[in-house]
Each structure stands twice: as structure tokens, then as C-alpha cells.
Design a protein around this ligand. Structure first.
Ligand code: FES
Length: 92
């Protein structure tokens, strides 16, 4: 059984954004914190929610994400589960 851990999300400016549970998507954690990034399908298929990640590790909760549409330094936040503290390029 996987342990649920809690991580922190920071913006690229170093500002603390919110906490994020390892069993919830980055998108859900941001929405819970009243931050509303661009997204559409919410299920890893459209690529609309891609975001640049400077630091940190994620895993995808879906196997059919459109990973070919994103670069190595980008993540699909609607399907990404945080596995460490993250630093994301987002304006807040
Ligand atoms: S919102 Fe469509 S891939 Fe994330």
C-alpha cells in the first residue's frame, strides 16, 4: 500500500503556492488553493494543462497521457501526482 505524503508547491519566483498530497493531482491541489490554471479535459489527453517544472518529481496517475506533446521539463498537471516538493513556472 502506498503511503500518502504531503509536499509543497512553489512558484518559479520562490513563492510558496500550496500544499499537495501525493494521491491528488497537481491541478486539484492548485484548484483547492483557488488557483485556476488553464486546463480542459482533466484526464491527460488534450495537453492544455501542461506546465513547466523547474524542480521536483511527479508520477502520472494515467497510462494514456499525451506525453509526446510535452517536453522533458513540462508536466500535465491534471494527471501528475507530486512525489516531492515541486517548483512550477506559474504566475500567482
Ligand atoms: S487538461 Fe487535458 S491533458 Fe490536462
Amino acid at each position: 500500500m502506498n503511503m500518502i505524503s504531503t509536499h509543497k508547491i512553489y512558484s518559479h519566483t520562490g513563492k510558496f503556492v500550496c500544499t499537495a498530497k501525493s494521491n491528488e493531482t497537481v491541478l486539484k491541489s492548485l484548484l483547492n488553493a483557488n488557483i485556476f490554471p488553464t486546463f480542459s479535459c482533466g484526464s491527460g489527453r488534450c495537453g492544455q494543462c501542461k506546465m513547466t517544472i523547474n524542480k521536483g518529481k511527479i508520477e502520472y496517475n494515467l497510462t494514456n497521457t499525451v506525453k509526446e506533446q510535452i517536453d522533458d521539463n513540462e508536466i500535465l498537471i491534471c494527471a501528475a501526482l507530486p512525489k516531492s516538493d515541486l517548483e512550477l513556472v506559474l504566475s500567482i
